[in-house]
Design a protein around this ligand. Structure first.
Ligand code: PNW
Length: 450
């Protein structure tokens, strides 16, 4: 069986600033809401913080050397807004910009394309204090200014930008979470939460325009983790039911960005709590993007159901559904096929990237100091098989980024879950590639599933 990916398929790893950088007080970085949140007792497991983490700020050369050895052609990382603009607006911190320039130059020297995420949740604390963070559209406007700064400072070296990473994880989880609570850890009413969502969407749209203005050759997209609908059986009725469900379940983020308007179903559902917006806002939110990034995590199963008005029902995961070490990560590799297929079919997107895929494992170290994470290889390999199936059918998926290069600060779970293909000893900061790193390295070199 041919398991090759198309020629030129991009292989990469991914990280995010607050999760790996450490050096939170070094060289003029301002605090972000995640510094505040992680230092608030009870917010993060075991009181862990990102103060040091992998200390990539001081170990970036070592990490680039590691990536070079792996031989993957791309690396996705995020910029810490408060490292380059300590108060989120106004004064620029040159040392912060210089760091990212050095980092990008290092990647390019190692023949690794830099893919920059502009916002991976570490909002400058000053914007939280002054404007209530994403409660205010001032934050959306300042985000565009910051993006413009980055695109003009790095635009000669960086071609690919993602405005925002995963809307739900800093809007819903930060301002009104039914489950996992992320920074800033507020509890707004539904209308307030919907306005936060809107301001985040607006920030994305304003940023797309700002980046294009500042760097004309830039490619701009975003990285979203939609709820990915899997037809329970691959027959036409279930496939079309799941396609419809995919559009509707992601109405408030993915669908809105790609259609440039809030779907009726969302506005109806929210009723009097629907966000306030203008036509101009919606035009901005729908600014054309060059690519769509999908972070593969969340799945649901859909069954066609003529008894319902929408024509489908969602099947809850049975308690015995297989999971990885982090229990919220369920094993549904089909998402790597259905997400790109539905995105291409529903919205005609012709550049799709998997911007994250990976899982937490226990990663036991053997007597020889090796980590033979066959469970992670199993997880990634099965997703790759489905991704390959998509490309073989002509679905325009152009690349794959593995989450994550390194074990790192896993948000509210602190360091209790390891997602890296490279192990990090957080006492000594020693990096040790796991067996999955070798696996991915060989897959990328062969450009096929091994
Ligand atoms: C993504 N959920 O976050 C993020 O982009 C990464 O920063 C993170 O480390 C990685 O996935 C692993 O968690 C998510 O609960 C966090 O559904 C939570 C969820 C999904 C994605």
């Amino acid at each position: 069986m041919n398991r090759s990916f198309p020629e030129g398929f991009l292989w990469g790893t991914a990280t995010a600033s607050y999760q790996v950088e450490g050096a939170v007080k070094q060289d003029g970085r301002g605090p972000s809401i995640w510094d505040t949140f992680s230092h608030t007792p009870g917010r993060v497991k075991l009181g862990h913080t990102g103060d040091i983490s992998c200390d990539q700020y001081n170990h970036y050369r070592e990490d680039i050397a590691l990536m070079k050895k792996l031989g993957l052609g791309a690396h996705r990382f995020s910029i810490s807004w408060s490292r380059v603009m300590p108060a989120g607006r106004g004064t620029i911190n040159r040392k912060g910009i210089d760091y990212y320039r050095r980092f990008v130059e290092g990647l390019l020297e190692a023949e690794i394309q830099p893919w920059v995420t502009l916002f991976h949740w570490d909002l400058p604390q000053a914007l939280q204090d002054d404007f209530g963070g994403w409660r205010s559209r001032e934050t959306s406007r300042y985000f565009a200014d910051y993006c413009s700064l980055i695109a003009s400072e790095l635009g000669d070296l960086v071609k690919n930008y993602m405005t925002i990473n995963e809307f739900v994880c800093f809007t819903d989880a930060g301002y009104r979470s039914p489950g996992q609570v992320f920074a800033p850890g507020e509890m707004l009413d539904i209308k307030g939460r919907n306005q936060v969502r809107h301001n985040a969407l607006l920030a994305h749209g304003l940023a797309v325009q700002a980046i294009r203005d500042a760097a004309s050759s830039a490619k701009v997209g975003f990285a979203e983790n939609p709820t990915i609908c899997i037809p329970v059986m691959e027959t036409e009725e279930h496939i079309s039911a799941a396609r419809r469900a995919f559009r509707e379940k992601n109405a408030h983020f993915l669908t809105t960005v790609l259609e440039g308007s809030y779907p009726e179903i969302y506005l109806e559902e929210q009723g009097k709590d629907a966000p306030d917006f203008t036509d101009e806002d919606m035009k901005t939110i729908g600014s054309p993007v060059d690519f769509v990034g999908i972070n593969l995590y969340l799945a649901c199963h859909i069954i066609a159901d003529p008894e319902t008005e929408c024509g489908y029902s969602t099947i809850e995961h049975p308690h015995s559904y297989p999971r990885m070490h982090a229990p919220w990560i369920k094993v549904s590799p089909e998402i790597a096929y259905w997400a790109p297929r539905y995105i291409a079919e529903l919205w005609g997107v012709n550049n799709i990237y998997i911007t994250e895929n990976g899982c937490a494992c226990l990663d036991e170290i053997d007597a020889q100091g090796r980590i033979s994470d066959t469970d992670r290889i199993f997880y990634i390999r099965n997703h790759l098989l489905q991704a390959q199936r998509a490309t073989a059918e002509g679905i325009p998926m152009k690349g794959y980024f593995c989450w994550s290069l390194l074990d790192n600060f896993e948000w509210a779970d602190g360091y209790t879950y390891r997602f890296g293909i490279v192990h990090v000893d957080f006492k000594t900061l020693k990096r040790t590639p796991k067996l999955s790193a070798e696996f991915l390295s060989r897959v990328a070199a062969a450009n096929r599933v091994l």
